[in-house]
Design a protein around this ligand. Structure first.
Ligand code: SF4
Ligand code: SF4
Length: 179
């Protein structure tokens, strides 16, 4: 029937309008930014780099393997590898990124960088208030801005972070047994 789609659409609008007066959980207005709803565990926007301990430089997990840089679909990651090495979480000497930039004006939050990283070194953040006046330099996130602690990771993604820690501990244990 012609116009049935329009009538169905209007019925949905009417149901929602009436519901907004009578369904308790839909009557709440969150006074943002003073009030905030907790974000779900799986919420994500842009990536950040993980570090262990309280030293963002020494504890940075990234070994500058550049896999994420190669796999990022819009090519918004830029890495320059160090010349020297530092120990990783298992004590093995590894390179680290001298430069690690992400252009968040280009990043499409696909999470591919997270999925391809073999070192659990890059994860998705939940910070969304990132608007800036400038288009270019202000939206280029550098290593020091990207580096966030494992404690922070546990705060924003508690379930995922516990699983990652468990996997890393199991890998370290297996390596110890082999040695
Ligand atoms: S989330 Fe996707 S687009 Fe953004 S840096 Fe990672 S791979 Fe690139
Ligand atoms: S974040 Fe992971 S994949 Fe990307 S360079 Fe560092 S270790 Fe390699």
């Amino acid at each position: 029937m012609i116009g049935l789609g329009v009538l169905n659409g209007m019925a949905v609008t009417l149901r929602n309008f009436v519901g907004s007066y009578f369904v308790k959980e839909r009557m709440i207005t969150v006074q943002y930014p003073e009030e905030r709803e907790p974000l779900p565990e799986n919420y994500r926007n842009f990536p950040f780099l993980l570090f262990d301990t309280d030293d963002a430089e020494a504890g940075l997990r990234c070994v500058a393997c550049k896999i994420c840089e190669k796999e990022c679909p819009p090519q918004c990651i830029y890495i320059v590898k160090s010349e020297d090495k530092k120990p990783d979480y298992m004590g093995k000497p590894q390179f680290y990124p001298k430069i690690f930039d992400i252009d968040i004006s280009v990043c499409m939050s696909c999470q591919i960088c997270v999925e391809v990283c073999p070192f659990e070194a890059i994860k998705m953040d939940k910070v969304f208030e990132l608007s800036r006046r400038e288009r270019f330099d202000a939206l280029l996130m550098r290593k020091d801005e990207l580096a966030k602690s494992n404690i922070y990771y546990h705060k924003i993604h508690p379930i995922e972070a516990a699983e990652v820690d468990g996997n890393l501990a199991a890998a370290a244990e297996a390596k110890k047994k082999k040695a």
